[in-house]
Design a binder for this molecule. Structure first.
Ligand code: VGL
Ligand code: ZN
Length: 207
């Protein structure tokens, strides 16, 4: 059972990552039921919301000759380019309509700087620009972060790794996440998390 030092971090459960969305994660909408059930067990819930300007540098459309899912080099290094997704204030950027976490105290938007993508809820892809979430959670007295949402191998994995790097215990609720699995990206993401000390749980074990 979660304690008062535990927080549930719900990553990017937005229309564009669900079936029919611009960057649909296979079965992405299937996480909603488990996340709602988890949410009822946590006094503290934080949501992240991928939130890009229309000309965001992670969009393939901004790089002539590039296709979605290509890898390009930006100032800070390699960056996968994606279909345009989660554009600020569009329906695709809205949370899935059945997500029911009314008590969530913080919605953390990320990826709003044109030149820097942000998979992680803690730190942007330049690996320097902090989002402030680590300081927020520490000041609020949390020690352990449970993670759920989309996508396991991108925003969830980067968030879990950075949670550990920031000194938190991180627990990935595996069946409350779904992966993009781009060119087999899920397996190495799971290995990196395990090696970093992220632990894995099933929603039924937490609920
Ligand atoms: C994500 C790719 C681009 C994610 C966000 O939420 O995992 N992936 N933007
Ligand atoms: Zn994005």
């Amino acid at each position: 059972m979660p304690s008062e030092r535990d927080v549930l971090l719900v990553v990017d459960v937005q229309n564009d990552f669900c079936p029919g969305g611009a960057l649909a994660v296979p079965d992405g909408d299937q996480v909603v039921g488990a996340i709602n059930a988890l949410g009822r067990r946590f006094a503290e819930v934080v949501l992240t919301q991928d939130w890009h300007p229309a000309d965001h540098s992670s969009f393939a459309s901004q790089h002539p000759g590039r296709q979605p899912f290509d890898t390009i080099t930006l100032d800070y290094g390699a960056q996968t380019v994606w279909p345009d997704h989660c554009v600020q204030s569009t329906p695709g950027a809205a949370f899935h309509r059945e997500l029911a976490l009314p008590h969530a105290a913080l919605v953390l938007r990320k990826g709003f700087r044109r030149a820097i993508d942000s998979y992680s809820a803690f730190r942007e892809n330049d690996q320097r620009t902090a989002t402030g979430l680590g300081a927020y959670l520490r000041e609020r007295g949390f020690a352990r972060v449970y993670l759920a949402g989309l996508a396991t191998d991108f925003c969830v994995a980067y968030s879990a790794l950075d949670a550990v790097a920031a000194g938190f215990t991180a627990v990935l609720v595996e069946d409350a996440c779904r992966a993009i699995d781009l060119n087999g990206s899920l397996a190495p993401a799971m290995t990196r998390m395990r090696d970093a000390g992220v632990t894995f749980a099933r929603a039924a074990d937490v609920i």
